[in-house]
Design a binder for this molecule. Structure first.
Ligand code: PLP
Length: 373
């Protein structure tokens, strides 16, 4: 059997172990420590923002964002339907109600028009949504001008799920830094990884300090263990943060590599009838191209999605269908939704291609040849 080609696997840069060794030598194995502070600083510098808290996962970051916005039982939170379940689960952790919003066809992300319709409709029904969670899926920024404007017009706090879009920009500004909060993930298959981890960022320093407090069991400043809030064990460990510091050194290179992989796919498959790519709609959008994604028109292309997937699987190459929209998921299907059919059509016809920064040119050529064969 050939060596497995993964969709997106961890890609170490060589600097990670130095930071971990240092943690061992100084016995900073405890949850917090210099690597956590260093990683937070690296993130702040990269994102050009003042406040970042390193956490145990992207999901934990999103959960804390909702807690900090005081989202409670029966509150409504507008959220992209075309996403991974982790964008929506934390809403339900708070016993709040997700209101699912479908995509537009340019960026594949939350449709601003539907978003505004949904807000108007919720207001008419007597309930003002408490937050908006917009996802930058597959690394592609959402239409942030429009979405920001709507959030401001109706005075609803915006949270960006930038788990997949570290390094992506909209009009030159980093995704994750537009909203009241932005969240990132350093899970194993993201553009950089700490093996597992996340971050919460905000312009609001107090909020991030409070996030750090809540993430370490909400211990009051007292000589004994005293608690006036419910706390969480959501902080990143100093060992894991060492991997993050190493990965931050090569993040720009990883973005370049993913973008190159994307451009080779587009160059070699883009003129094929029946294949369309998720592309930057115009020069306002800069994607990290975390994953290269395609839509197949089976009638025109002459092969089904399943044909392509199984041919590649036979050669030990991993592909993945696009995210199944949340409004089609058994666990979320009964929540309120504003749907135009776009994400369902994407799901029915789309595929993620291997896009890891460690994908070799000969491996990528083989994938392309197999798709064309
Ligand atoms: C990965 C991911 C998350 C969750 O991040 P974890 O660190 O795995 O908890 C959230 N949202 C999206 C869109 C993701 O892809």
């Amino acid at each position: 059997m050939n060596k497995k080609i993964w969709l997106s696997s961890p890609h170490m840069g060589g600097f990670e172990k130095e930071f971990i060794d240092e943690a061992f030598e100084t016995n900073w194995i405890a949850p917090l420590g210099p690597n956590v502070n260093g990683f937070e600083e690296d993130l702040q510098n990269f994102l050009n923002t003042d406040n970042a808290a390193a956490l145990s996962s992207g999901t934990a970051a999103l959960h804390l964002a909702l807690i900090l916005l005081n989202i409670k039982k029966d509150d409504e939170v507008l959220v992209s339907s075309f996403t991974f379940s982790a964008s929506v689960n934390p809403i339900v952790y708070q016993y709040a109600v997700p209101v699912l919003i479908d995509s537009e066809k340019d960026s594949w992300n939350m449709d601003p028009e539907l978003l505004e319709n949904a807000i108007k409709d919720r207001l008419k029904k007597g309930k003002k949504p408490k937050a908006i969670i917009v996802v930058h899926l597959y690394g592609m920024p959402a239409k942030m001008d429009e979405i920001d404007k709507i959030a401001e017009k109706y005075d609803i706090p915006l949270i960006e799920d930038a788990a997949e879009s570290l390094g992506s920009r909209y009009k030159g500004k980093a995704t994750g830094t537009f909203g009241t909060f932005g969240i990132f993930s350093f899970n194993g298959n993201k553009i950089i990884t700490t093996s597992g981890g996340g971050a919460l960022v905000s312009k609001n320093k107090e909020m991030i300090e409070k996030a750090r407090f809540l993430a370490t069991q909400a211990r009051d400043n007292a000589p004994h263990y005293q608690h006036s809030h419910i706390g969480y064990n959501y902080r990143m460990s100093n060992i894991v943060a060492g991997i993050g510091r190493g990965q931050m050194k090569i993040l720009n290179k990883r973005i370049e590599q993913r973008r190159k992989i994307n451009s080779i796919y587009v160059q070699k498959l883009g003129s094929q009838n029946g294949i369309t790519f998720l592309k930057e709609p115009d020069s306002d959008f800069f994607s990290n191209y975390w994953l290269t994604t395609i839509l197949i028109d089976e009638k025109i292309f002459g092969k089904t999605l399943l044909d392509i997937q199984s041919t590649l699987a036979e050669h030990n190459i991993e592909t993945r269908p696009l995210w199944k929209p949340m409004h089609l998921q058994p666990v979320f299907k009964d929540y309120p939704k504003y749907i135009n059919g776009t994400s369902e059509a994407f799901f029915n016809t789309g595929l993620c291609l291997p896009s890891g920064s460690n994908l070799l040119p000969e491996e990528q050529n083989k994938i392309i040849e197999l798709i064309l064969s």
